[in-house]
Design a protein around this ligand. Structure first.
Ligand SMILES: NC(=O)C1=CN([C@@H]2O[C@H](COP(=O)(O)OP(=O)(O)OC[C@H]3O[C@@H](n4cnc5c(N)ncnc54)[C@H](OP(=O)(O)O)[C@@H]3O)[C@@H](O)[C@H]2O)C=CC1
Ligand SMILES: CC(=O)N[C@@H](CCC(=O)OP(=O)(O)O)C(=O)O
Length: 344
């Protein structure tokens, strides 16, 4: 199959390439740019010398329409106008940004401060949380790949919410991310001398992933709730660790929480329910498409601590996008994604 990547020069795009390179069904990869047409990819990224000595292509609808699948790994506010003309032209479309995730356009405008995509295209889009939406993904033309934080939060919370083992009313979620989550454009907050040796909170109670998490909890767990969600920047490159705190419902035991997670994910190769508290950390998933989940009930307070761990660039972006492509095209979900975590 032929795969096109818009935004190939960004972190998500580069990560897509790393996995697609080893995907046995992928015959060719087109690399598209809005700013560097003609640049030889390996000149810009010498680690790809001899692998991709090919020119970056201009974003052009006639060219894109010839691909079997097109990924947009572009900043929010780009695919909202770039993708709609491609709907129905042939390629399956997978968007890594937030542009097609929120069904309510006013909400998108409020949280992203950008003009939303046309309602018709948003209506067509399918939320690509693979483990929870496989049936719809298989039939979809346009996938809204989930945000990095929502992936870690939702995979860990949804089973317990759906089975009413935790109280949805007082969910407090405390998430931390490595700096690659902010993309490749340098900024004040990602500046080495300001981020290194520091641990900071940002977008307090204003993160754009709040409505996405609430919407998905409604869709997959059937619960209408408002969450408290905060995000922190950790001076490391990759990884997200999201810790949620929730009251368990009356009489729920640690074993029930574990059984629920194990049962939910028993046939899902990329979700691992972790038993050993010492094995909960971003190094355990780094470079891989795994989401590790851990739960521990505090018998004293009757509150559970629920943890989801991912590599933001893989399960939180490129890996999940390829997993969704595999589902769309009927390939085994693991195709091209079976990399062992780096660990160190
Ligand atoms: N980084 C992460 O961990 C995650 C990112 N995401 C989302 O995925 C998307 C990509 O993220 P990431 O790769 O980190 O971002 P980057 O900033 O690293 O890369 C984005 C790329 O988009 C291209 N681009 C910029 N403006 C335009 C435009 N107007 N039209 C077309 N292309 C444009 C640029 O390439 P060029 O100049 O060559 O066109 C750039 O390299 C974002 O929406 C992000 O929020 C989602 C989950 C996790
Ligand atoms: C560390 C860091 O800055 N992370 C980014 C993740 C952005 C992102 O993925 O934005 P989408 O909504 O387009 O998915 C953030 O918190 O905004």
């Amino acid at each position: 199959m032929k795969v096109g990547i818009i935004g190939a020069t960004g972190y998500g795009g580069l990560e897509m390439l790393r996995f697609l390179h080893n995907h046995k069904e992928v015959e060719s990869i087109g690399l598209f740019t809005s700013s560097e047409e003609g640049t030889i990819f390996s000149d810009k990224f010498p680690h790809l010398t001899d692998l991709y000595n090919v020119p970056l292509q201009k974003i052009d609808y006639d060219a894109l329409a010839k691909y079997d699948v097109v990924f947009a790994s572009t900043p929010s506010g780009v695919s909202s106008s770039l993708f709609p003309p491609l709907v129905g032209l042939g390629p399956k479309l997978i968007d890594l940004s937030g542009d097609f995730r929120l069904k309510d356009l006013e909400s998108y405008n409020y949280w992203y401060k950008k003009t939303p995509a046309p309602q018709e295209a948003v209506n067509k889009s399918v939320y690509g949380l693979t483990e929870w939406n496989e049936h719809a993904i298989r039939q979809s033309e346009l996938i809204a790949n989930p945000g990095c934080y929502p992936t870690a939060v939702l995979l860990s919370l949804l089973p317990l919410l759906k089975h009413k083992l935790i109280d949805p009313n007082f969910l407090i979620i405390d998430a931390k991310s490595g700096i690659s989550g902010a993309g490749n454009k340098p900024s004040q907050t990602s500046h080495f001398s300001e981020a290194n040796e520091s641990f900071s909170i940002y977008k307090i109670n204003e993160h754009q992933h709040i409505p996405e998490i609430e919407q998905a909890i409604g869709l997959f767990a059937g619960v209408d709730t408002k969450i408290t969600f905060n995000t922190h920047l950790v001076p490391m490159t990759r990884g997200i660790l999201a810790t949620s705190y929730a009251h368990v419902t009356d009489g729920v035991t640690q074993q029930q929480l574990i059984d629920c997670l194990n049962e939910t994910y028993k046939n899902h190769p990329f979700v691992r329910v972790i038993q050993d508290a010492n094995a909960v950390g971003t190094n355990q998933v780094k470079g891989s498409n795994y989401c590790d989940i851990y739960v521990k009930l505090d018998e004293r307070t009757k509150r559970a601590t629920i943890i989801g761990v991912i590599d933001n660039l893989v399960k939180g972006a490129a890996g999940q996008a390829i997993q969704n492509m595999n589902v769309q095209f009927g390939y085994p979900q693991q195709t091209g994604l079976q990399l062992v975590p780096y660990f160190i």
